[in-house]
Design a binder for this molecule. Sequence first.
Ligand SMILES: *Cc1c(COP(=O)(O)O)cnc(C)c1O
Length: 388
Amino acid sequence: MDKRDDFLPFSRPDVGEDEIARVVKVLRSGWLTAGPETASFEGEFAKFCGAPHAVAVSSGTAGMHLLLLALGIGAGDEIITPSMTFASTVNQISLLGAVPVFVDCDYGTLNMDSGALEARITSRTKAVIPVHFAGVPCDLDPIRKVARQRGLAVIEDAAHAVGTEYRGAPVGSGGNPAVFSFHPIKNITLGEGGMVTVSDDALDHKLRLLRFHGIERDAWKRYGKGGTPDYDVAAPGYKYNLTDIQAALGRGQLARVGAMNRRRRVLAERYLSSLASVPGLDLPEVPPYPFVHSWHLFIVKVNKGPRDRFISGLKERNIGCGVHFPPCHLLSYVREKFGKRQGKLPETERAGSRVVSLPLFPGMKDEDVDYVAAAAREVLGSAAEPGG
Ligand SMILES: *Cc1c(COP(=O)(O)O)cnc(C)c1O
């Protein structure tokens, strides 16, 4: 195959002229931080998910931090989460003095093994944080059932799941809180940003206070015509609000997410058929229950030869890749701090040493998929040669 001249990144944000115009309008408006655009974005996002409330925050990580605080998670509490996730969740648990307790994943979908949840519960367990991995929903029904029986909170990590549906219901509509991320590689992006969907009115109120200094009313209402500039702080809070500049971009992105996710699906299906005959790769699998996939990531597992060689082979052919994720229980501080308390996670370790995220973003061309598939075939073909 002929090497392409330009580099194909594994992800690239899709920002349209409409979104640029929306952002410019805010820049000219005289109000830049959280205000009317953020309030509208929250309302539109809540409607999109079928959630009663949506609280905009500065990142998914900030949203997770606020939720753990609002649920009263602290020293010695145990939180069950898959090890196959991004480190941010485990970091937040650890920073609060709580203990991450890991469950294994399913090798095919990379979602948490919901059947393994119950065995990990102790008298100290407070919550479970499942992840909708790569955009395919995890099996929420059994997780919610066990959580209800054992009195645990469920927090969905929905960072990959804007547009994902589980058994006909959009992620975020299920009653328990869900945390979304708008980091530049995610299905919609605001540069940075996050959203927490909640159904409980008191939790919604608590999150809004914790998000902004513990101040009761929105600043834009205080400073506006008819507002009074005084305020009180009943309990201290953080500074995790979103800006109206970001929210304007978010509103434009949300209006296009259906089309962007459809394009992701077309590309993913093209990968599935063109990679089916490539030896040495395990392709992403889907669950048996009804779902809508957001196709946040297209993750293959390299089962022939070292993964590093596959990644460098693609790089030599001008293709970028990602690794989602190095298992959390193998991260050095997690091993040092919590290692002795963890059981074996064979499927997570098997997948963790093999996962590679191939380029997938709405602006990709069909020919880009064909090029990556041909490159994967060539790289893995040479991996089979004796001494090669
Ligand atoms: C991106 C991501 C997060 C964190 O989101 P940020 O907005 O970057 O803070 C959390 N969990 C998972 C699984 C993610 O992929």
